[in-house]
Design a protein around this ligand. Sequence first.
Ligand SMILES: Cc1cc2nc3c(=O)[nH]c(=O)nc-3n(C[C@H](O)[C@H](O)[C@H](O)COP(=O)(O)OP(=O)(O)OC[C@H]3O[C@@H](n4cnc5c(N)ncnc54)[C@H](O)[C@@H]3O)c2cc1C
Length: 495
Amino acid sequence: MRMPEVDQAVLARRDAIVAALRAIVPGEGVIDEESALRPYESDALTAYRQPPMVVVLPETVEQVAAILRWCHDNNVKVVPRGAGTSLSGGSLPLADAVLLGMSKFNRILAIDYRDRVAVVQPGVTNLAITKAVEGEGFYYAPDPSSQIACSIGGNVAENAGGVHCLKYGVTTNNVLGVEFVTIEGEVLRLGGRQLEPSGLDLLGIIVGSEGLLGVVTEVTVRILPRPETARALLIGFASVASAASCVTEIIASGIIPAGMEMMDKPAIHAAEAFVQVGYPLDVEALLIVELDGPSAECDHLIDEVQRIASGQGAVSCRASTSESERLAFWAGRKAAFPAMGRVAPDYYCMDGTIPRGRLVEVLERISALSTEHDLAVANVFHAGDGNLHPLILYDANNPGELERAEAFGSDILRLCVAVGGVLTGEHGVGVEKRDLMPVMFSESDLAQQQRVKCAFDPQSLLNPGKVFPVLHRCAELGRMHVHKGALPHPELPRF
Ligand SMILES: Cc1cc2nc3c(=O)[nH]c(=O)nc-3n(C[C@H](O)[C@H](O)[C@H](O)COP(=O)(O)OP(=O)(O)OC[C@H]3O[C@@H](n4cnc5c(N)ncnc54)[C@H](O)[C@@H]3O)c2cc1C
């Protein structure tokens, strides 16, 4: 993995940088001992590791602003970090950068049930928002499987999705406002409790910006009343193809389930061995379909989905009859990634999204690619959204297997783009998909995206090496001729 060249001049200033950070964040908020930096060396894409130059853990917005301003003025790179569960290497440290950890921003600041919003600090975990409001019958809808650990700041940066995003939208549809600090240390507020932005939709740019544009220090999210009823169906199929066409038929019939997930045989067996929730082991594919709403509507939709499933050749079907049974259906799905740890020492989780109508052919091609690359694959994914998560199983201790897993992953993502899909559904580009960006975007598309980056961070100090395969100097993108460092028309603002 090629990363930006390490700036030796910055490393030579390390002691002075640590001292400057200690002056901003006194006490134990700065970590510079080698052994204490190790826990930060990777996020959940553990194939890539790099201890950071130094970690700083601010506690106030003023400290975040002062750190960013100091780094900007002293030309030091910054990598923002939430809980470090990114699967795309988004929060992978750099050897010559400050890792800015937001874990101490862990307070819920306000809950307003009348306006149906919660205002939270970015280090609050996704699940903690629901826990804070569930006593009043509310919840926060986007539910990544990592919700027990991942932070809402990380969710905003990655535009995270989850099982219930098919019906309720992903993070961008559930965030109303942010407080956000630029690399120059300016504190901005975008959006708020109102439903419409006051000008250009800058909030839409910040959500999904992968730590490249600034640091989120506060998030206002929508909270929703819990639906009166929720029931889930566990539907088994004799082939992946019939499960995939059932997904297409359910959506085509006009039903939008609260969640619709698919697991193939290897995933079913691994999850069942891990959590023993009674998944059928004699099927090739399993759909978990959740319906919610008033109980009469829910019962009607359960019947409708069962009818469609049997028309598509379902070989087994169980409907949950209690809340504990519904949760048990989901427990296997939510534990499917960790369950893979029992099957193979390492797995590489892909995240492409395709039009739902192409599911059958894409899953068949992934199976053929598994043979070509001689690596096993398990599929567990958000079928309703067409968001695939093939888990490529490998052993990093076997020479060459990581490279084969990467080549297999790259083929899967190219395939997603070839059938009209996109490189990422919810995990972001990070370092993982960075070099595949030209498969999806033309050079001028990429240049336009980088102009947005330049507007926020002209020196490219925030999370460099992520998302863009080649980071152009902002002056190049403005097509300026800079002679001996002198800008033409210095009186004009530059982007
Ligand atoms: C087992 C497992 C299951 C997962 N399931 C899902 C899933 O179902 N859906 C899904 O969407 N993702 C899933 N993920 C991926 C991951 O949990 C999400 O991408 C999550 O949003 C990352 O949050 P984090 O706090 O860990 O962020 P980090 O990993 O710390 O950072 C991720 C990115 O956000 C940036 N960032 C973090 N905090 C801030 C901030 N305050 N301001 C600006 N930038 C910031 C970082 O620079 C980095 O680019 C899963 C991960 C694991 C390990």
